[in-house]
Design a protein around this ligand. Structure first.
Ligand code: ADP
Ligand code: MG
Length: 404
């Protein structure tokens, strides 16, 4: 892994530290200090404290790439580790330090996504070895499988509300759930994700997608536009006279990098069948397919639904009917639509022109208000991200980060 020079770090998105340690006792802290200095890890911070402090601080700040936590004070180390996972960015590697010399605990921690567990008293050599194997990615754990969820949102037809849903889902997860979300609008010419959130388009997006070899973490961070500390947007507004030819390998690198940094990467996918849109469908953990309750909507929802098992069998597909009730008389009923489709509609979003246009004119997401569309999007969020407080449920770290 490449270490960033402090001068290269962009303050807007980053202030991400390379390493942070939360250690309770003086002798261990000394060892950590010594090893961090010897390995010349830049932008590192060694704090007094333990896993509780890590949970508190990382809930409010960016995660470091590498985290060393003292488990000492935790009565239930596994639930503490799971709580930590809830607040950490997916890509962070964790080394735990504790006093219990217990193989069962070691195995449980590793199974819950921790990269290594060291028993006190630790020596500089031991810690150095552990740090290096985690940094090289040679640590025996499944660190690489910790990725945020990739949610593709696409319309069965144009104008059915794919962008509306992508934007508002991103906003709801980022603001109501306080999870880190990257929203990507893959329509580089006509994309409206930035506009819907009253943000500037991202001029770096085209470059990122055309020049795959240039993609690195810093490049991606610079291209993103910040909506809040939990929501970042990539949405272009390229000149209409200039064709853009995105490179699939570049898109793949971009999405991988984003999934390392964000709990959710939500992609508004145009309906055109290109190698890029196909790549997103092939790798998505979830596909939200939006339709209206029309005959054409039914036909194309059916065609897309039938295609998915061959494209990406592991992808969880949800069918969402939007603008329901708009044409009360001409509309196909839910029951008829489901019968035609041969499966259930997972969620319905009512047509609510007043709330949607008001929000659009104010540059506000409709989900920020109190209205029927916001309520429906909240329900979809609950289904996707689980309802209730994100900290209350204790599932394994790995389970949460692969999110199937
Ligand atoms: N539930 C709804 N009620 C009223 N208007 C809606 C609703 N959903 C979307 N719209 C409006 O429909 C239009 C098309 O939505 P958009 O998200 O741009 O569709 P797409 O991205 O699928 O082409 C927009 O003007 C949007 O504000
Ligand atoms: Mg759109």
């Amino acid at each position: 892994m490449t270490l960033l020079k402090a001068s290269e770090i962009d303050v807007a998105l980053t202030d991400q530290r390379q390493l942070r340690a939360f250690i309770g006792d003086e002798p261990t802290r000394k060892v950590v200090d010594q090893v961090v200095t010897e390995l010349m890890i830049p932008n590192a911070a060694v704090h007094r404290g333990g896993i509780r402090d890590a949970i508190r601080q990382l809930g409010e700040q960016r995660s470091p790439r590498l985290l060393i936590v003292d488990l000492n004070e935790a009565e239930l180390p596994l639930s503490a580790i799971n709580e930590l996972a809830e607040v950490c960015e997916p890509g962070v590697a964790v080394i735990a330090i504790g006093t219990r010399n217990d193989v069962g605990l070691f195995r449980d921690l590793i199974n819950n996504g921790v990269s290594d567990y060291l028993v006190k008293p630790i020596t500089p050599l031991l810690l150095q070895k552990s740090l290096l194997s985690v940094l090289d990615g040679t640590s025996p754990t499944r660190h690489t499988s910790k990725l945020g969820r990739l949610i593709a949102v696409t319309g069965a037809r144009g104008g059915v509300g794919s962008t509306m849903l992508a934007v508002n889902l991103a906003w709801t997860i980022a603001h109501r759930r306080r999870r880190r979300v990257a929203l990507v609008d893959l329509d580089l010419h006509y994309g409206t994700a930035a506009l819907a959130l009253d943000l500037e388009p991202s001029p770096g997006m085209r470059e990122a997608l055309e020049q795959g070899e240039r993609i690195d973490s810093l490049f991606v961070e610079r291209a993103m536009v910040r909506q809040s500390d939990t929501l970042y947007v990539l949405s272009g507004e390229e000149a209409l006279g200039e064709p853009v030819v995105p490179d699939t390998a570049a898109l793949e690198a971009l999405l991988r990098d984003l999934r390392n940094k964000f709990h959710y990467v939500i992609v508004d996918v145009p309906r055109q069948v290109t190698s890029c849109t196909h790549h997103v469908l092939e790798t998505a953990t979830n596909l939200l397919l939006i339709t209206d309750l029309s005959l054409a909507g039914m036909r194309d929802t059916l065609r897309r639904t039938m295609l998915m098992p061959a494209v990406n069998a592991a992808c969880q597909l949800s069918i969402i009917a939007n603008r329901t009730g708009e044409y009360r008389e001409g509309e196909i009923s839910r029951r008829e639509f489901e019968a035609g489709l041969g499966r259930a509609i997972d969620a319905m979003i009512p047509f609510d022109a007043r709330s949607v246009t008001r929000a659009a004119n104010a540059g506000q997401p409709v989900a920020a208000g109190r209205n029927k569309v916001a309520a429906a999007i909240q329900e979809i969020t609950d289904k996707l991200a689980g309802s209730g407080s994100s900290r209350s449920s204790i599932r394994s770290w790995l389970e949460r980060l692969t999110w199937r």
